[in-house]
Design a binder for this molecule. Structure first.
Ligand code: ZN
Length: 586
């Protein structure tokens, strides 16, 4: 049978049927004003609730399943959660991809960006601010915030002192304790915070020529051991082959050679090119001869450590071991770069030529370390190198995976401080302080703003209130146990009250001993207001006037948070600006 197929027709083939069916292609669907749809608004609200419930140290965990029976992931990390969220609504996809892009660049504050963005969209609608007025006002208020955060007298910015590790540890610890899936007790999160800082400092070269290249931290996960056994070592740890487990160690200097080429002796591994085989010649024996030739050269050149990225032929392995060499195979491509940095060796990529003398590297010595059931070779650097190994121990696989993720985040956040040596007050204090500042400024700024933005004063003030409420609602998201979030009316810091604490406790100064960031102590003189309730605007007093003044214990990454703030506002503006959605429904 023949059918003429019109160009706008799609053929659906069903493999179980022998006939084919012709289905007319449906035209794309155009939706006007997507935010006016209650379905879209419900989905945005649901997404805000979901992500908000994962925010902070007491967050509720989420389990991510897929429908084909893969592994179940337990997490509260934005990058994992957002990747698992799929929606037919393009605005959700827009928010998701902006936040994921931010996280891939800055490693932290993904949930902050997502919750703030969703709140900004929701609050503008709740207050009935027109979309275009909201967009222009949000832009101006964002500039007000970023300008304030760059100011010398900014109340929520803390200068990092690299002469002491205290503030760096506070920064790392905040990242670590913000992820409850790690299930860490206080001393454990303090230990991991200190380790993260130690690993970071080991990867900053002391006197390297320009341009400075930061080193590498290689993570070694060990399941089933207590977290407090986690440790950081300068140099590299490699899985020790079984026959080396009884080794006492090798005093150095130890000459090393690295092979990136396979030494398995398979024809297929030899690379591109023509191979001529003469009749009667045993190619396997010829390749093995070549491998043994390389082994002989390594032995004669005084090599003690022989490492291959891929597989080493068992006969060559035996030959090298009999010569007293430490032989390690299958280290994998990810360990090659740190091995090159550590040893100074040039990896040998071919077995058809002699090993050039420049290819050899060196380590100071090799020792054996045991972690639970794991035995590892510890390669100590010969000189100053920026390579270190972090052994992470935890009770089970889920907790260990999240701990690994969290340590990578902490490393990322610590590295950002090299470019911008500041931190922001954590625990919601930056959000409440910024909200108080913006509320106060926008009141004074309203006449000028309205003429610049071309909107009415009422509209501008409503948009400013939506902006401040959104910031405050992110701070309030930190509380998950039915407690209340309050702000003090002097410094505008954030405080959480347990659910059984009343206003009398508050006014008597007996509740909430410390604010979210830990810089302020509660006292009787303080005036309070519940978050997201009406209160008179005021200008937050600088922290230096507080007594007693304490070191903030909870710090957030400056670079990550400022960018997250920008991403949240810009994405919210983009969502508010979408007039039509055109979707292919085929
Ligand atoms: Zn505070």
């Amino acid at each position: 049978m023949q059918a003429s197929v019109p160009t706008a027709t799609r053929i659906k083939m069903n493999s179980s049927q022998t006939t084919s069916r012709l289905v007319k292609k449906s035209p794309s669907v155009c939706t006007d004003l997507p935010l006016s749809s209650s379905d879209v608004r419900d989905k945005l609200r649901l997404m805000k609730e979901l992500l908000g419930s994962c925010y902070g140290p007491t967050a509720r965990l989420k389990q991510v399943h897929n429908n084909i029976g893969g592994s179940v992931v337990t997490t509260s990390t934005s990058s994992v959660l957002l990747q698992a969220i799929t929606s037919s609504r393009p605005v959700i996809g827009l928010i998701k991809s902006s936040v994921l892009n931010h996280v891939s660049r800055f490693g932290d504050c993904g949930l902050f960006a997502a919750v703030l963005c969703l709140s900004l969209v929701e609050e503008a609608a709740r207050r009935g601010v027109g979309n275009s007025a909201a967009i222009r006002a949000y832009d101006r208020l964002l500039a007000l915030c970023t300008g304030y955060l760059q100011r010398e007298d900014c109340g929520c910015r803390v200068e990092l002192d690299f002469c002491s590790s205290r503030s760096l540890i506070a920064l790392a610890r905040t990242v670590v304790s913000s992820k409850p899936t790690c299930v860490l007790a206080e001393p454990e999160s303090a230990h991991i915070g200190r380790l993260a800082v130690r690993a970071f400092l080991l990867t900053v070269p002391c006197d390297a020529p320009d341009p400075v290249r930061l080193g590498r931290t290689v993570t070694v996960p060990v399941e089933g051991r207590p977290v407090l056994e986690s440790a950081v070592f300068p140099g590299l740890l490699l899985d020790a082959p079984e026959h080396l487990c009884g080794l006492a160690g090798v005093r150095g200097p130890v000459r090393a050679v690295l092979f990136s080429a396979s030494l398995a002796g398979d024809l297929g591994e030899l690379g591109d090119g023509r191979i001529e085989v003469h009749a009667g010649v045993d190619t396997d024996a010829q390749i093995l001869d070549r491998l043994l030739e390389l082994g002989r050269q390594a032995l004669e050149d005084g090599v003690k450590l022989f490492v291959c990225q891929k597989v080493i032929h068992p006969v060559l392995q035996h030959y090298l071991r009999c010569g007293g060499l430490i032989v390690i195979e299958r280290v994998g491509v990810s360990l090659m770069e740190p091995l090159i940095q550590l040893t100074g060796a040039q990896p040998v990529a071919t077995l058809h030529a002699a090993i050039p003398s420049a290819a050899y590297g060196e380590v100071h010595d090799v020792s054996i370390r045991h972690f639970g059931s794991k035995t590892m070779l510890h390669l100590h650097p010969a000189g100053e190198t920026a390579v270190c190994s972090m052994v992470l121990c935890h009770r089970n696989e889920t907790m260990l995976n999240e701990l690994k993720l969290v340590c990578q985040k902490a490393e990322h956040v610590l590295r950002l401080t090299l470019r911008e040596p500041w931190a922001l007050l954590g625990g919601g204090c930056t959000e409440t302080l910024l909200a108080a500042y913006v509320r106060h400024k926008s009141k004074n700024d309203a006449p000028e703003a309205t003429s610049a933005l071309g909107c009415s004063q009422t509209e501008y003030l409503l948009a400013a209130e939506a902006f401040c409420r959104s910031l405050e609602s992110v701070a309030a998201c930190l509380e998950h146990d039915g407690g209340a979030s309050v702000i003090d009316l002097t410094h505008a810091h954030h405080w959480t009250l347990p659910s059984d604490v009343t206003e009398q406790h508050l006014e008597g100064g007996t509740a909430a001993a410390l604010c979210g960031c830990g810089a302020l102590e509660s006292c009787q003189k303080k005036k309070w207001s519940y978050l997201n309730s009406e209160c008179a605007e005021f200008s937050p007093a600088p922290l230096s006037t507080a007594s007693p003044l304490r070191q903030p214990a909870v710090l957030d990454s400056f670079s990550a948070k400022v960018n997250a703030l920008r991403v949240a506002v810009e994405t919210a503006n983009l969502v508010l600006d979408v007039r039509y959605v055109i979707q292919d429904v085929n």
